[in-house]
Write a protein that binds this ligand. Structure first.
Ligand code: NDP
Length: 469
């Protein structure tokens, strides 16, 4: 496997490589170049030669190219989904959903190229004011391992639609699908150099992207700790940042909720992608009047989940990497040992190869015990007495990415939606993110928005032109 740069594969200038593992078996499936600062500089040089040309492509032609990219991704969906499952671990069905979602993201951005525009007004005594939206030049995209295809699509699609060149740094534990997607974009007509992928570690290649002075914007998705490091490393170059740093979403089940729908929604969301989604339902808050019934029904549903290699017929695969599994296991052990919650189901690593961890249900969990997000297949159920208390618990962590309220009462829904501090609130849904919805958080969940129409403000800058009367 080679690094993708300037539209053609090549090795890292360092000559060294990194292994890519199958999380279900622990075996090496491929290697990628261990990119370094020289590779990032080469990618930036390629982007520099391409960015003006790409910015000058008409909106209609950019749109055609992004639509063609979507079509190529759809044609190859099964192969891409197999690759994604093999390097990331998720069940094939979820991988295919992600790949088709990625195709749709490029189609969405294709539909938006004509909408990237500014503002105009007549200013009496002064003249005609025109505010145009200019591309930033070269954008950096740092993509995590949990949803590598679609998050690549969010960042690369937005940057390209706005007329920027892009340098992408995928996670070292899931770089292969991103590399293939980049090849397909080039095959669709994105000119060489406008889209570059530098593989390698976060500490080396990622850090070099953030520090590079010619990269004017970095969109980063990952942990709060790395987000802070990115923010500090970016400061000397005064580049723009879009930071999506995870969440600790509350999923609130009111007394009048359709309990079966809420249980099904919680189980589906919490164990999707083995619980490794920034806006998955990480804290399940249930009205004390129905919490016992909720836990009983949730346990019955969780017991039926089939865990195994994502290429087989399973509901849940392994965690992406051994460090992630260890972090999840120690979070659960701590809650149980400190008696901050009762273990109802699961709570253990699976013996044998692969990073498997049983789907886990905890009841009577104290809100403080889960103030840090658990990025894995763990459902902590927290009882509450009143809606005010539920909102207070929902708002009691430094995160603010997503939340949901499950109720049939419109006043309860609107009260919760208004009072919960987060970037997204769903009513009787969770984790539904079509590209039309601007996505991002508040507080420690970061700042800036991806998708929606708001992406325009992240990936362009205004230029004001006053024509005197
Ligand atoms: P990181 O935040 O460290 O990694 C996310 C991305 O940043 C990866 O591409 C990584 O590359 C890259 N990266 C790492 N260090 C740097 C750096 N110094 N400069 C620039 N880029 C860097 O997350 P982890 O993989 O360590 O996961 C730990 C936790 O992060 C999870 O438990 C979860 O809580 C959270 N997380 C949140 C995600 C979200 O969707 N919001 C996604 C993934 C993780 P590489 O992988 O090659 O090191």
């Amino acid at each position: 496997m080679q690094m993708f740069l300037d539209g053609s594969g090549r090795d890292s200038l360092s000559g060294s490589t990194l292994p890519v593992y199958n999380p279900a078996t622990g075996t090496v499936i491929d290697t990628v170049p261990a990119g370094n600062a020289d590779d990032v500089a080469a990618a930036v040089a390629a982007a520099e030669t391409a960015r003006t040309k790409w910015a000058g492509v008409s909106q209609a032609d950019k749109s055609r190219i992004l639509i063609a990219a979507g079509a190529l991704i759809r044609e190859e969906a099964n192969t891409l989904a197999t690759l994604l499952t093999t390097e990331q671990g998720k069940p094939f069905r979820e991988a295919k959903d992600e790949i088709l979602g990625t195709a749709h993201i490029f189609e969405y951005y294709a539909s938006m190229t004509g909408s990237i525009r500014g503002d105009a007004a007549v200013l009496p005594k002064y003249g005609y004011m025109n505010v145009v939206r200019k591309p930033l030049g070269i954008c950096g995209a740092i993509v995590p391992w949990n949803m590598p295809a679609i998050i690549f699509g969010w960042k690369a699609g937005a940057a390209l639609a706005c007329g920027n060149a892009v340098v992408v740094k995928p996670s070292e534990t899931a770089p292969l699908t991103v590399l293939r997607l980049a090849e397909l974009l080039t095959a669709a007509g994105v000119p060489g150099g406008a889209l570059n992928v530098v593989t390698g570690s976060g500490a080396v290649a990622g850090n070099a992207v953030v520090r590079n002075a010619d990269i004017r914007h970095v969109s980063f998705t990952g942990s709060v700790a790395t987000g802070r490091a990115v923010s500090l490393a970016a400061a000397p170059t005064l580049k723009k940042l879009t930071l999506e740093l995870g969440g600790n979403d509350a999923f609130i089940v009111a007394a009048d909720a359709d309990l079966d729908a809420a249980v099904a929604g919680a189980v589906r969301n919490r164990f999707y992608n083995c619980g490794q989604v920034c806006t998955s339902a990480k804290r399940i808050l249930v009205d004390a009047g129905c919490v016992d019934e909720f836990v009983r029904k949730a346990k019955a549903a969780i017991e039926k989940l089939v865990v195994g290699n994502g290429l087989e017929k399973v509901n849940m695969g392994p965690l992406n990497n051994p460090g992630q599994r260890d972090a999840v296991a120690s979070a659960v052990d701590r809650i149980v040992q400190e008696e901050c919650g009762r273990l109802i189901f699961g709570g253990k690593k699976q013996e044998g190869p692969g990073n498997f961890y049983a789907p886990t249900l905890l009841s009577d969990v104290s809100p403080d015990a889960v103030s840090e997000e658990i990025f894995g297949p763990v459902m902590p159920v927290i009882p509450f007495a009143t809606l005010d208390e539920a909102v207070e618990i929902a708002n009691s962590t430094p995160y603010g990415l997503g939340a949901s309220i499950w109720t049939k009462n419109i006043t309860t829904a609107c009260t919760a939606a208004e009072q919960i501090r987060s970037g997204v609130v769903w009513v009787n849904r969770h984790l539904i993110l079509p590209p039309e919805i601007p996505f991002g958080g508040t507080g420690n969940s970061g700042y800036g928005r991806e998708n929606g129409r708001e992406f325009i403000y992240e990936y362009t800058e205004p230029k004001s032109i006053l024509i005197g009367l």
